[in-house]
Structure formats: C-alpha cells, structure tokens
Design a protein around this ligand. Structure first.
Ligand SMILES: [Zn+2]
Length: 375
C-alpha cells in the first residue's frame, strides 16, 4: 500500500552520483513516481515470538527441554508448510526460522519491507495452572489487568535489547506509556479485529479448542507494523494439559491448521471486498456529520495528487499524519457511495483500499458506526 521507499532511496543515491544532472533527473523521477498499487500476491508474515536468549514462558517447568520460543517456532514452521499446499499463491515470510534472538522492532521491519498484507505473531500464554484456551490480541488500550499482564510479559523482552530506550516510545517500567503505541495501528484496527475474530473461531471449529476471544492490549511488536496485525496466544503452557498438547506434534499441527484456515477465510473475505459488513440499505446509507473516505495508500513519500499518479483515479486527497502521507479517495456521508468508490479503487489495482470514517477531525470506527444503525 506504500511506495517501496527503499528502492526509491537506492535510485536516489545512484542519481546523486551523476551530479549535476542529478537534480533534473531526481526532479523528473520524483514527480513521475507513482504510488504503486498492490497487485502483488498476498503476503503473510508469521512471527514466532521470542528466540535465542529470550526463552519466553517456561510453562509448568515440568520439562526442561522446550520453552515458549521452541513451541511457537514449531507451530510457525508448520503454518508455513501448510500454507504451501493450502494457499500456494500466498507468499509466507517467517521473521525467524531458527532459535535466534530478534528485536521487536526488527520483526515489524521485516513485515513492512515485504509490504505484507497480514502480520501474525505467535505466542504461548502463562497464568495460573487452571487457565486454558487461546486468545488473540489486536493493538489497543488494555481495559483490564489480565490483558495488561499478558502484554507486559510479551513486551518485557525489550529489556534484553541493547539501547531499547532509544528505539521505543514504550517504557517497560511504566505501563501507561503504552497509550502512545495505539496510534499507528489505528488504520488497520477493523481488519485486525476481523482477522482476530476469524482465527479464534477457527480454533474452536478446526482445532476443537476453547477460545477466550479477541482482546486488546498494548503489544510493542504490533505497534511496529503498517498492516493488519494480530498476536495469537495459542494456549497456556502453565496448564499441564495444554502444555502437553502444545508440545506434541499433533497438537501443534492442529493449531497450525486452525491458523491457516483463518488466513484462508480472511483472504476470501478480502477478495470479496466484504470485510466491512453490507447491512446498509439504500434508505439508511447517509450518516449525518460523518465523512467517509477510501484510504488507497500510505507512504513516506509526498506524491502529487494528480490522477496519473493514481492509476487514473481523480480527486485524491493527501493528508500528512506524523511522518507519513495518507492518500484518500472521495469524501461523502453516503456509505453506499463510498463503497462504490472503494470498488473502483480495488478494480484499479488498489486491492487493500479500505473505508475510513471521520467525525470532524476525529477518526471513528466504521464497523462500530455501521453496527450502531443496524440495531
Ligand atoms: Zn510470548
């Protein structure tokens, strides 16, 4: 959804060597540089949590040989393998394939560089010996102590990283600092929640497991990505029965199959362009005081909003948000009209174009808005 900025810089560096022609060329290049549509194949980044010196939870401690880092890696590798047969046209990238330590920000970088469509971080949970089941998180403000505890445990790994203070706005000693994290995933919240919901359902239907549902909390790793992102806690290693299940090949295969079936379903919905529900009829499609727009791209590059830069789409609006530029199509309070514009954008190749809604300056949730009228 964003321009490949690395390539852009590479080209730029190359041009600068050709000084003094460089300025002319650079100008021409920059002005004709198009926001690329996402007509690449679907890309999923699977992120096995922890690794190396960061073991993750040790579980019940009945076993010495495997910790969270080993179990989630085994599951991730099974997901990758299964994806090759189940979804051969989907590109799968693992943030680690071995038992190595990777910083949280590096995991996000891998996903961002790959222009991934989906980021899935896989972890295993720990609490009291009775707690059981899976839960899937999207980035948000934790509303209760339990969610906070899970996020804190998964975030504490940054204490093992060098100079973490320089690299993160999150302070592990002050849980309140998590609020500053929520902003970056805002764009993808609806899609992330949808994916999380599908995966949790899949654990029950495909994996015959119990689900603790979809939750929100401040996970640093989810803060690093520019795409729909979720963090799955596949089960509790602090529970004897669950630990035994998750250590076994068969258990790991069940978990992997549930995740893959979830990805498949999510992709299907994306293809049908039906991530936001279609309960809106002609009669109630106008939302007074709400401005719907289609976000077609987000980029660190400032691109002139001419139709030739956007595959012929007209009336593109560019808005600077932090260090990034967001590119919107349309501005209407008519939901049906914006759906049409979204379809138009998708047909031009902006496959991940999605609808956003504003009330005044404030971004509001489209799915909540639609739900509020359907009841
Ligand atoms: Zn973990």
């Amino acid at each position: 959804m964003w321009v490949n900025s690395q390539q852009f810089h590479k080209n730029k560096m190359h041009l600068i060597k050709l000084f003094p022609l460089s300025f002319v060329l650079l100008f021409l290049f920059a002005s004709s540089y198009k926001i690329q549509a996402q007509n690449k194949s679907f890309t999923v980044v699977i992120d096995p949590g922890h690794g190396g010196k960061d073991t993750g939870t040790e579980g019940t401690k009945r076993y010495k040989d495997k910790n969270e880092k080993d179990i989630v890696l085994a599951v991730a590798l099974k997901v990758e393998k299964l994806m090759q047969t189940e979804m051969p046209n989907t590109k799968v990238i693992l943030t680690r394939k071995k038992d190595v330590f990777i910083e949280l920000k590096k995991r996000g970088e891998i996903a961002n560089k790959a222009n991934a469509d989906l980021f899935i971080s896989i972890h295993a949970n720990a609490a009291n010996y009775k707690a059981k089941g899976s839960e899937t998180y999207v980035l948000g403000v934790h509303r209760n102590k339990t969610n906070l505890a899970v996020a804190k445990r998964e975030n504490d790994v940054i204490l093992l990283e060098e100079d973490y203070e320089k690299h993160y706005s999150y302070n592990p000693h002050s849980p309140a600092s998590i609020i500053s994290l929520t902003l970056m995933q805002e764009d993808y919240l609806d899609q992330s929640i949808r994916m999380a919901t599908i995966v949790e359902k899949s654990f029950v239907e495909t994996g015959k497991r119990s689900s603790r549902g979809v939750k929100q909390a401040g996970f640093v790793v989810l803060h690093q990505t520019y795409m729909p992102s979720i963090l799955i806690e596949i089960g509790f290693l602090s529970n004897n029965k669950e630990e035994d299940f998750l250590r076994k090949k068969n258990g790991q295969e069940k978990i992997a199959a549930s995740i893959v079936s979830g990805i498949k379903k999510y992709k299907k919905e994306l293809d049908k362009n039906s991530i936001t529900n279609d309960i809106i009829t002609k009669e109630n499609s106008i939302f007074k005081g709400v401005a719907f727009k289609v976000q077609i791209a987000s980029s660190s590059n400032k691109v002139t909003t001419k139709s030739y830069n956007f595959k012929g789409l007209r009336n593109i609006e560019r808005v600077k948000v932090g260090k990034h530029y967001k590119y919107y199509l349309g501005n209407t309070s008519d939901y049906n009209l914006i759906k049409d514009l979204q379809e138009q954008a998708v047909s031009k190749g902006y496959k991940s174009a999605f609808i956003v809604a504003f009330k005044g300056q404030e971004r509001i949730s489209v799915s909540k808005l639609l739900k509020s009228t359907s009841q």
